[in-house]
Write a protein of this length. Structure first.
Length: 243
């Protein structure tokens, strides 16, 4: 055998031994000690794309009533109803050894008013509801007990609120603390004690309570109505100027 062939045969044997040693060493390593394989750039790009798809925002959902109140509102149509009055009572005094005690039915309580009040903390009409119902008064009772009147319902509005009814301005709430009675409460009914007279010593008549006042009001922020006068002229203002 020539020296060149002998050298190549020995070199091939050495390389085969090195390969067998590398395979045995890799098989003997524990999974936790094995070196991580380097990911290809293509796999990294695919992983980033999938992660970006997961982070995409879902489709638009309808806003809830709570979120709608966060937005600025400068005009609102409101139906206000005052509280109903309580009914009067028709009864007679009952006591041992007192046969003719007489009428003692009390009057009903008055209904509560609905009042618009200016609050400095309120910046928009977004918190104003489309309908308000005042508190009703309680009915009258025996022993000349009058019914309790309904509490006043306050509606907080921002400074500079114009109150319109039928296209006519009925109130201008431009200062902090200003109030306007939007709807009056109904009067309470009369008990049979109220109808006692010389010619009628035992009345049984009593009246029901009156219903509260109902009104449709349009609330508008005066400051927003004149906002077009400030800043860059609008198209309408330019047209009026040219005319």
């Amino acid at each position: 055998m020539s020296p060149a062939r002998l050298f190549s045969a020995r070199l091939r044997t050495v390389f085969e031994d090195v390969g067998h040693w590398a395979l045995s060493t890799r098989a003997g390593l524990k999974p936790s000690r094995r070196l991580p394989q380097q990911a290809s750039p293509r796999l990294l790009s695919v992983g980033r794309a999938d992660h970006a798809k997961r982070q995409e925002l879902p489709g638009k959902k309808p806003l809830s009533e709570k979120k709608l109140k966060r937005y600025f509102v400068d005009c609102r149509r409101v139906l206000v109803c005052g509280g109903n009055g309580g009914a009067g009572a028709s009864c007679f005094h009952s006591e041992p050894r007192k046969e003719f005690g007489g009428p003692d039915g009390g009057d009903g309580g008055n209904g509560g008013h609905v009042i618009l009040r200016v609050d400095q903390q309120v910046k928009s009409l977004s918190s104003v509801l489309s309908r308000y119902q005042g508190f009703s008064g309680e009915d009258g009772g025996s022993k000349n007990c009058f019914g309790r009147s309904g509490a006043v319902l306050y509606v907080q509005v921002p400074v500079g609120t114009l109150v319109k009814e039928g296209g006519r301005v009925v109130a201008d709430l431009s200062r902090v603390g200003d109030e306007y009675i939007a709807a009056l409460g109904g009067a309470g009914g009369k008990g049979n004690r109220f109808f006692l007279a010389n010619d009628n010593r035992a009345p049984v008549t009593c009246t029901p309570g009156q219903p509260g006042q109902q009104r449709v009001l349009h609330l508008e922020l005066k400051t927003v109505a004149h906002a077009g006068m400030v800043g860059v002229p609008t198209a309408n203002s330019i047209a009026h100027t040219e005319l």
